[in-house]
Ligand binder design. Structure first.
Ligand code: SF4
Length: 230
């Protein structure tokens, strides 16, 4: 079990981040778990804004797994091309939607073990779908969450499964989904991989990595991003 002082500090950080980012939520647009699964696959190596720009056309053409599984490759490639790596992503979406049709009658399963058994679906994607698509708590260890958890001293691990365990122990399950959003938003806007804006960081006083980026408020303010980027 983690030390009480660490739990207190972590929860304080989350409360401050919740106040800082009251609108924190997933930045991908979707209407149902199927759409969420698809846009999460498409979001690899691109921005959420770019995915959001193609999703209305995509889901008008292919509203469900059977329709997507039956898509013509060239048509699908053309629609998702702005998201990059479109040949590989087309492959992934065709295999994924076919697996949903074959195994789950075209529905997205709501269990972690089932989701990670689908082609191209890793633990991170599965936890996004569970948390934001089904309201099932999970810690989504993407690049931002892993980096922030280490910087904040919540874990020393780099293996996502161990990070998930360590961070999960610090918070009640009911807080997990919003915690994901708070950390990811903070990672995208202030606590960047390179040059975190420490001098503009609202949780600096609880962060053992304070000073990893510029502490000068003027320099730090210039590093803060307002729009979400991956
Ligand atoms: S103080 Fe710096 S390293 Fe720590 S959370 Fe803030 S921006 Fe990130």
């Amino acid at each position: 079990m983690p030390e009480v002082s660490l739990v207190r500090r972590a929860r304080k950080v989350d409360r401050v981040l919740a106040d800082t980012y009251p609108d924190a939520s997933i930045e991908l647009n979707f209407d149902d778990p199927f759409q969420l699964l698809v846009v999460t696959v498409l979001s690899a190596q691109t921005t959420d804004q770019r995915v959001n720009s193609v999703s209305p056309t995509l889901f008008t053409a292919y509203p469900d797994a059977p329709a997507l599984a039956a898509a013509e490759r060239e048509d699908l490639e053309r629609i998702i091309a702005p998201t990059g790596f479109f040949r590989a992503k087309t492959d992934s979406l065709l295999k994924l939607s076919q697996a949903l049709v074959d195994r789950y009658d075209g529905q997205v399963p709501a269990r972690l073990d089932d989701l990670v058994g689908l082609p191209g679906v890793g633990r991170k994607t599965a936890n996004v779908v569970l948390g934001d698509g089904f309201g099932v708590p999970g810690i989504t260890v993407d690049t931002h969450l892993g980096r922030l958890a280490r910087r904040l001293g919540w874990t020393e691990e780099s293996d996502p499964v161990k990070v998930e365990r360590d961070v999960g122990e610090l918070f009640p399950k009911r807080d997990w989904v919003q915690l994901n959003h708070h950390l990811i938003w903070h990672g995208r806007r202030i606590c960047h991989a390179r040059n975190p804006a420490c001098g503009a960081c609202p949780v600096a006083r609880w962060c053992p990595s304070y000073g990893e980026g510029p502490t000068d408020p003027v320099k730090a303010a210039k590093l803060v991003r307002t729009a979400g980027r991956r």
